[in-house]
Design a protein around this ligand. Structure first.
Ligand code: HEC
Ligand code: HEC
Ligand code: HEC
Ligand code: HEC
Length: 566
């Protein structure tokens, strides 16, 4: 740390004497000063040690001056700006992630594809879901999202309107790592989300991926350490490329909050065997008949959740016990087994997202503006790739995936259809939901009760809704994995085709039940073609949520929390 110098008396200071002398030639200097013949003024003589320093300063023996001693408190390395002096190029490129945002505001994915509202009805994602943007926005976006609700403290000191758990901070801020160290992971996690708002000051930054104050990579999240140990990929023993991948895998993975362990973040990796064929029916009591799968597949995760009887939520339209896939980018990348250019199998996240660049002195550094920029591929790549060709390659791959999602018999419209048909079957049997004016909570409770009734209808609906759960899981594993069109397009297509097959069966089953129970319901896709139409059908009032959010931002975040909203 730089020592701050005090203004000190022993430095050059001029002593003016004989002000009344008209020619100044006969200056007499007093004790302790000597005449400088050039300037004709008396200057204080340097004082030999010991110099007496005042309170709060110490003598620096080299300069023989009094200085403020180095702070004994730690430098705040959770604030990335405090790394700028030692690592200017990395810091400056990290700061550029603020530029990675759509020019015309947020990219509202629910408006672009209202079937998402149906798929996630009764869960936070139905309220608000925008396209991801640069790391600089992570903290802002989780606070402003309608998903995190409007947790306000009432007159009795109790929090009302809380929607999320504390672990939702874990992929947004290095302050989470600090709190894990300060108070313990369980004590942090076993709380509601807004409990820690006053601690969250910094967006994703250096301390998330590096040892405090130096360039060594680290895992700051103990849940990632545990998970990578479990599959035999211990961080400390990993290659440089894999170490870099694992820093990203602290967040860009599938995870859930483990209710049996203080709601800590947990990865469902218990049965994953990298590059080994596994029949999950042997490992756990997996009901699927999928046969053998290699590595980190969505089937392995489903087996894990099924075995534990785990659900993220009950869909408020259909009553299905759902899972939400997070964003398994690490898994999908690691699961690539073939590539036209086999060298690419050795690439890690940083090869493509943090390419090497040069600073003004010609030294190489990793560009920390984490994104994919076709125009800034290193020269070693440009011999094969130019930006235009890369753009068309990626667009073509995305188009194939979008065709499976939105084309004739696409998975997204089929999901929408099956959820509403399931609701109509319930209605025909007098089990009331949102369509009968029930609240989200009442609808869920009615369906959960009816599924446990042990009667014929419960058996039929369990069969139908298990298909919905599985199909949506495979679809979500492919579509929530951002960049899968680049990372592993073959896996995306496999999962979407699988979801499609399950949904064809599910819709046939639903149609038969609608007939059996004399339902008058007619499915018309035009009733569900906008977010404005579907959100009310999912029990949501957008304006109300937005107003409550604005109140929360103004009266809690901006008055009590340290975050600087972008
Ligand atoms: C999301 C994780 C992540 C964050 C955040 C991050 N780094 Fe890095 N950093 C890496 C990775 C990964 C590498 C190694 C890249 C490689 O060699 O492929 C790296 C490399 C470095 C290096 C070694 C030299 C170089 O450029 O390759 C320095 C120094 C460094 N980072 C500083 C910083 C500073 C300063 C910050 C904050 C302003 C920061 N990093 C934020 C992941 C991160
Ligand atoms: C601490 C959690 C965390 C870590 C570590 C992390 N990310 Fe992210 N990343 C996020 C979040 C959260 C977002 C979305 C931010 C938003 O939309 O506000 C994101 C967004 C992104 C995006 C989209 C950026 C854009 O401009 O659209 C890319 C690409 C990305 N991350 C790659 C990486 C890579 C590569 C690594 C490892 C070097 C990494 N991330 C490490 C949490 C993390
Ligand atoms: C072979 C190069 C390559 C590797 C390796 C790679 N990515 Fe990507 N990634 C891409 C490309 C290309 C895109 C898509 C960019 C586009 O379509 O504009 C992308 C997209 C993404 C996105 C979505 C960004 C957005 O704008 O929506 C995220 C997040 C992401 N990658 C994270 C990762 C993580 C984490 C890893 C490591 C586990 C990784 N990537 C490894 C090339 C790569
Ligand atoms: C010797 C030629 C060659 C070099 C050098 C090369 N690539 Fe590739 N790359 C390919 C080929 C071939 C494909 C596959 C194209 C296809 O599927 O049609 C590919 C595909 C890709 C893709 C699309 C995603 C994927 O993995 O399929 C990305 C991103 C990519 N390369 C990035 C890079 C980067 C970054 C470098 C430099 C570090 C690089 N490439 C160097 C030949 C090369």
């Amino acid at each position: 740390m730089k020592l701050q110098k005090l203004a000190i008396a022993i430095a050059v200071s001029a002593v003016l004497v004989g002000c009344n002398d008209d020619d100044g030639n006969n200056v007499t200097c007093g004790d302790g000063s000597t005449l400088n013949p050039d300037t004709n003024i008396c200057e204080v003589n340097p004082i030999d040690p010991p110099v007496e320093c005042g309170d709060g300063t110490v003598l620096d023996p080299d300069s023989n001056t009094c200085v403020i001693p180095p702070s004994t408190g730690p430098v705040d390395f959770y604030n990335s700006d405090n790394w700028a002096k030692d690592f200017p190029a990395q810091h400056a490129s990290w700061a550029e992630t603020v530029e990675n945002t759509p020019a015309d505001g947020l990219d509202d994915l629910l408006a672009a594809n209202p079937a998402l509202v149906t798929a996630w009805a009764g869960y936070g994602f139905a309220k608000d879901y925008n396209r991801a943007r640069g790391h600089h926005f992570a903290l802002t976006d989780v606070i402003k999202s309608l998903r995190t609700g409007h947790p306000m403290v009432d007159e009795n000191g109790a929090v009302q309107g809380e929607a999320m758990a504390a672990s939702c901070w874990s992929c947004k801020s290095p302050d989470t790592a600090r709190l894990y160290d300060e108070i313990g992971e369980a004590n942090f996690a076993d709380n509601s989300w807004s409990t820690w708002g006053h601690e969250m000051a910094n967006t994703i930054g250096c301390a998330d991926c590096h040892e405090l104050g130096d360039d060594t990579l680290r895992l700051s999240r103990p849940h990632t350490d545990r998970a990578t140990d479990l599959i035999g990929r211990t961080f400390a023993a990993a290659s440089d490329v894999e170490k870099a991948n694992q820093t990203c895998a602290q967040c860009h993975v599938e995870y859930y909050f483990d209710g049996s362990d203080s709601k800590k973040v947990k990865y469902p990796w218990d049965y994953w065997k990298p590059a080994v064929d596994t029949d999950y029916a042997d490992v756990v009591d997996y009901k699927g008949s999928d046969g053998l799968y290699q590595g980190f597949t969505a089937e392995a995760q489903l087996a894990y959740y099924d075995y534990r009887g785990f659900k993220d939520w009950t869909n408020a339209i259909s009553g299905a016990a759902m899972l939400k896939a997070q964003h398994p980018e690490y898994e999908n990348l690691e699961d690539r087994t073939t590539h036209t250019m086999s060298s690419h199998l050795d690439f890690g996240c940083s090869t493509c997202h943090m390419p090497k660049a040069q600073n003004s002195e010609g030294q190489e550094y990793s560009a920390h503006n984490v994104r994919f920029d076709m125009n800034k591929m290193p020269s070693s790549c440009q011999s094969c790739h130019d930006a235009d060709a890369m753009d068309s390659l990626l667009k073509a791959r995305k188009a194939e995936i979008n065709d499976l999602r939105f084309g004739a018999n696409g998975v997204d419209p089929m999901l929408n259809e099956v959820h509403f048909k399931a609701q109509a079957i319930w209605s025909a049997n007098g089990v009331e939901g949102l369509v009968e004016g029930k609240t989200i909570g009442q609808a869920k409770a009615n369906y959960e009760g009816a599924l446990q009734a042990g009667n014929v209808l419960a058996d039929e609906m369990n069969s139908l809704l298990t298909k919905v759960r599985n199909a949506q899981w495979f679809w979500d594993s492919a579509t929530a994995s951002h960049g899968i069109h680049a990372h592993n397009p073959a896996e995306a297509k496999r999962l979407l085709n699988k979801a499609n097959g399950i949904l064809v069966d599910a819709i046939a089953e639903a149609d038969a039940l609608l007939v059996k129970y004399n339902s008058t319901f007619v499915y018309d896709a035009a009733n569900y073609d906008s977010k404005a139409k579907v959100q009310p059908l999912a029990g949501l009032d957008l304006k109300g949520m937005q107003d409550a959010k604005a109140d929360f931002i103004e009266n809690r975040v901006e008055t009590e929390w340290p975050v600087d909203l972008k």
